[in-house]
Design a protein around this ligand. Structure first.
Ligand code: FMN
Length: 402
């Protein structure tokens, strides 16, 4: 689950009595005309949230400079643009003369939302895929070894490189345009052949890609996602752990350069500017907004769902491989103008039930939608987007090199 909510004491309240809380409620209810009044306090919010310059500042610089930086530092610059759960960016890199060591930054986790660190390792797998693509583009032929020190060892992966001919690729070219799109999608189906072409399973024998596009299973998947979102909102600790990664002010975005932002929630430009100007809403309001978006936008406009499954979902190497495959799918979709939105609340509830010993409610329901014996690792929706998604903040390569 990843949602929008905010620190209730973060900002003064503008005159006029309209709040981000109310806006989120109205948006959740299907949209509304919003009148914003106020002078002094509102000007402060213009500065504080950078409402008039969305996606600007140092926190967004890594999206500008990843191509021109040569060598392995440039390849790490591409790696940090990968998706990660809640934009935690749970990675660290060690650059050697002949390669890159990849580490997990264990402290950058989402607590009870990802109790077994499955998503954390998938996110590192996504970064690893970008790293490999960027090495090839720079004439550095990569050889990847997963978990070179064993499952409990310090290194998550080793990428050894030797000189070769530069080999850019369409996937590499899409790295700077790939964003998670949480906005509405068009009511246009995606052809089954197109869906199948998105997934290059090279080296991913332990991971399958299942597309859920037919109306009946798609409706069942939608219901499951809505129910899981509701269960997450009702789970106080999961809601809190989710909220911890929301960055509600421009100061916080520029300071931390990670986490979830209003700019990543799929609003149109006018609504985004207004939402940024209004005072912060509470965690509970954010949860309700997310639940409404899940119901009225995310599931209502999904052309198809993709599910990465495995018979060994707890295996760390499988999770890294799934991340690499997920990133290839996202980049291939980007190159074809198809939007992708990661939606993992069902597996987050499955893991939560496992970690607390609760009776499994979501596992059996998801199993009904998948081939026997395959367990879900990751879920996302795809579709042709109504509007482009915005970049999210990133720590620069130099900040994550050890
Ligand atoms: C393993 C994984 C799980 C994710 N789960 C969700 C999710 O459940 N809901 C969501 O909206 N985004 C999810 N995301 C997307 C991240 O929030 C997103 O990648 C991050 O905020 C950075 O934004 P970007 O992808 O636009 O660069 C997930 C990403 C990864 C890699």
């Amino acid at each position: 689950m990843q949602t929008v909510s905010n620190d209730p004491v973060a900002a003064p309240r503008p005159a006029g009595g309209f709040s981000r809380r109310r806006l989120l409620k109205l948006l959740g209810a299907g949209g509304a005309t919003v009148v914003v009044a106020g002078t002094g306090a509102l000007s402060y919010r213009v500065y504080d949230t950078a409402a008039l310059g969305p996606g600007r500042g140092d926190a967004y610089d890594p999206w500008q400079h990843w191509r021109e930086t040569p060598g392995l530092l440039g390849a790490v610059g591409a790696a940090v643009l990968a998706p990660s759960p809640h934009n935690t960016q749970p990675w660290g890199f060690g650059i050697r003369a002949d390669g890159v060591d990849v580490y997990v930054d264990a402290a950058r986790d989402t607590g009870t939302v990802d109790p077994f660190h499955r998503e954390q390792h998938v996110g590192i797998g996504c970064a690893l895929e970008n790293l490999v693509l960027a090495c090839r583009a720079r004439g550095l032929l990569p050889t990847v070894t997963l978990l070179p020190d064993g499952p409990a060892g310090p290194r998550i992966a080793e990428v050894a490189v030797r000189p070769g001919p530069p080999a850019p690729s369409p996937l590499y070219d899409a790295i700077g345009d790939r964003h998670t799109n949480r906005g509405p999608f068009e009511a246009t189906a995606i052809e089954p052949e197109t869906l199948n072409e998105l997934a290059d399973r090279t080296g991913a024998d332990d991971v399958e890609v299942r597309w859920i596009a037919d109306p009946a299973p798609r409706a069942a998947m939608s219901r499951l996602l809505i129910d899981a979102a509701a269960a997450l909102c009702d789970d106080d600790q999961q809601s809190r752990d989710n909220f911890a990664w929301f960055r509600g002010t421009n100061d916080d975005i520029q300071r931390y350069r990670d986490g979830l932002t209003l700019g990543g929630q799929g609003f149109g430009p006018l609504m985004l500017a207004i939402a940024k100007l209004l005072p912060a809403s509470s965690r509970a309001d954010g949860d309700q907004f997310w639940l409404k978006q899940t119901t009225t936008v995310h599931t209502a406009t999904a052309a198809a769902y993709g599910v990465l499954t495995s018979r060994t979902p707890d295996d760390r190497a499988t999770q890294l491989t799934a991340g690499r495959l997920l990133e290839r799918i996202h980049l291939a979709a980007t190159g074809r103008g198809i939007a992708l939105h990661h939606m993992n609340q069902v597996t987050e509830r499955i893991d939560r039930e496992r970690s607390t010993g609760a009776a499994p409610a979501f596992g059996p329901r998801f199993a009904e939608l998948l081939p026997r014996g395959e367990q879900p690792l990751l879920t996302f929706r795809v579709g042709y987007p109504v509007r482009a998604a915005a970049p999210s903040p990133r720590r620069a390569a130099a900040q994550v090199v050890r």
